[in-house]
Design a protein. Structure first.
Length: 84
């Protein structure tokens, strides 16, 4: 949302409640196991806990994909990166 200039990005909306159950059902149908890379801000949100548990309970792996999913990390100084 931030990259596209969409309003509301700074509220950090999450879509795990829609995305995770849908994708898990498809993966079950296909017999596939994958790693879900989750943005830390989403993982930190208590309302997403059931969806993260769904992922692991159904045999998939969870990895971290930064905390805020900043798109311009290459432009930050070392000091700024520590704060992100």
């Amino acid at each position: 949302m931030k990259i596209h200039g969409d309003e509301g990005w700074d509220n950090y909306p999450t879509y795990l409640d829609i995305f995770v159950p849908y994708v898990l059902d498809i993966l079950d149908e296909l017999g596939l196991k994958i790693t879900f890379f989750i943005v830390g801000k989403d993982a930190d949100d208590e309302k997403n806990k059931p969806y993260l548990q769904m992922i692991t309970q159904r045999g998939h792996e969870v990895g971290n994909h930064s905390y805020h999913h900043e798109s311009w990390l290459q432009k930050y100084s070392k000091e700024e990166l520590v704060m992100k």
